[in-house]
Design a protein around this ligand. Structure first.
Ligand code: 5AD
Ligand code: SF4
Length: 439
């Protein structure tokens, strides 16, 4: 049996594509190799969102080159956003690569592997969502659903519109059918994926809205939890926010990327909302779902960001009260508008110093927010053993908080867990066998 080894970088979309790649490879008769050195087919699913993503991947590619040198029969494949952003240049710069393909082009990898071609091949067309491949899920009770591909936004820092193309939504009934199948296979929690999930359906001939999709999926028997990532604040309408309050399976967690708290910088980023509009969305969320957990993405050191702009970001963070936040140092990306800005470039030490202040504030806020769970009994979907203490179980609350707890519940089961302690990142608790979950 031929064996493959796949390394995944980047976001959940890539993780989902990798699941589909694994499913596809296994249907072609490949088995998974534990080590790269044992594989006939070495694959990478790449990301290009920041420079650090590129450089981490290049280090791995070096090992693949050495292994190919040892055995030229090995096939090296590179998929995903980094491959797409370089296209055919991949083969000039890395001649040992046999096949390169853009995000979502899992079926093209299959085509390459089943053809007799001995020459290097690149597949970089934007085709919308391709293929109904069996996904090999990492956990049988959690599934991903890609609701759209591509992105019509023009955020000036972001490489994604150029790596994933224009937005194409998948048809409503097709998505409902896919989730029904997932439910029949034992999936209890589904995460909807898209670059801008809440603009879903606007490009379809039979118009559909994201809120409508949520309502239909909520009606599917067996699906206990629905999550999604990422919405865009500009498209965050009241119907979607109300869905969190009204639909039982839609979780009380919203990831609402802020990027900056300064309206001036938001404009330069081409985010198409300002600070006031963002805060208005937050107020609407708090009104309908008072206890919702909010998380966000923030970039520090965008060109032109002054200390006063950054102070506004800190103000917004303090005002919103995020349960968690991903923070990034601005990284110029090839082909993006922001990479061309030469004025007001923020020196690296200043970026780092701002980042430190931001992280400190985010962690303090998250720690304080997490205290509201102490003493509550919450519903936890068990994912496996705790990473730090194998005696304990680990799972997630509807608010997307990681909980380590002592109890008997097994992976895939819901447990009622009383929370004893909360840090900025995790909750600690004990399973209550006779309790009724309150949140
Ligand atoms: N530099 C830094 N962070 C970036 N992100 C996207 N592009 C860049 C960039 N060029 C961040 C944004 C986005 C998250 C996925 O990555 O915050 O929401
Ligand atoms: Fe990376 Fe963005 Fe591509 Fe996801 S969409 S793999 S985060 S570049």
């Amino acid at each position: 049996m031929k064996r493959y080894h796949l390394t995944t970088f980047g976001c959940q979309m890539n993780e989902h594509d990798s699941e589909r790649m694994k499913g596809m490879l296994e249907s072609l008769g490949y088995g998974e190799a534990a080590e790269r050195s044992e594989a006939d087919l070495i694959l990478f699913n790449t990301c290009s969102i920041r420079e650090t993503a590129d450089s981490r991947f290049i280090a791995h590619l070096g090992e693949a080159k050495r292994l190919k040198g040892e055995n030229p029969e090995r096939v090296i494949g590179v998929g995903g956003c980094w491959a797409q952003s370089l296209k055919d240049e991949v083969f000039e710069r890395f001649p040992f690569v046999d096949v390169a393909f853009g995000p979502g082009q899992v079926h093209k990898l299959a085509e390459f592997l089943t053809s007799d071609s001995l020459t290097a091949q690149g597949y970089f067309e934007f085709e919308g969502f391709t293929g109904h491949l069996p996904a090999r899920r990492e956990r049988p009770f959690q599934g991903w659903l890609q609701i759209s591909v591509g992105c019509n936004c023009a955020c000036s820092y972001c490489i994604v519109p150029s790596t994933r193309g224009r937005e194409v939504s998948r048809r409503l009934q097709e998505l409902v059918g896919e989730v029904e199948t997932m439910a029949a296979e034992g999936v209890r929690e589904v995460t909807l994926l898209g670059q801008n999930v809440n603009s879903y359906g606007r490009d379809l001939r039979e118009r559909a809205s994201f809120a409508e999709l949520l309502r239909l999926l909520d009606g599917i028997e067996g699906i206990d939890r629905i999550r999604y990532t990422s919405p865009h604040p500009k498209d965050m309408r009241e119907d979607v926010i109300r869905a969190h309050a009204e639909l039982e399976s839609v979780c009380e967690h919203i990831h609402l990327p802020l990027q900056s708290g300064s309206s001036r910088i938001l404009k330069a980023m081409r985010r198409t909302y300002d600070r006031a509009r963002y805060m208005d969305r937050v107020a609407l969320i708090r009104e309908h779902v008072p206890d919702a957990a909010l998380s966000t993405d923030i970039i520090v050191g965008f060109p032109g960001e002054t200390e006063a702009d950054f102070a506004e970001t800190l103000e917004v963070v303090a005002e919103v009260g995020y349960d968690s936040a991903f923070t990034f140092i601005f990284s110029p990306r090839r082909g993006t508008e922001a990479a061309e800005i030469t004025e007001g470039v923020v020196p690296h030490p200043v970026k780092v110093e701002r980042m430190e202040r931001l992280v400190e504030l985010v962690q303090r806020g998250a720690r304080e927010r997490a205290q509201r769970f102490v003493g509550r009994t919450v519903e936890v979907l068990v994912e496996g053993a705790s990473r730090t203490d194998p005696e304990r179980q680990r799972g997630r609350t509807r608010h997307n908080k990681v909980v380590n707890f002592a109890g008997l519940a097994q992976p895939g089961e819901m447990a009622d867990v009383e929370i004893m302690k909360a840090t900025s990142q995790t909750l600690l608790g004990e399973e209550r066998l006779l309790a009724r979950a309150v949140s």
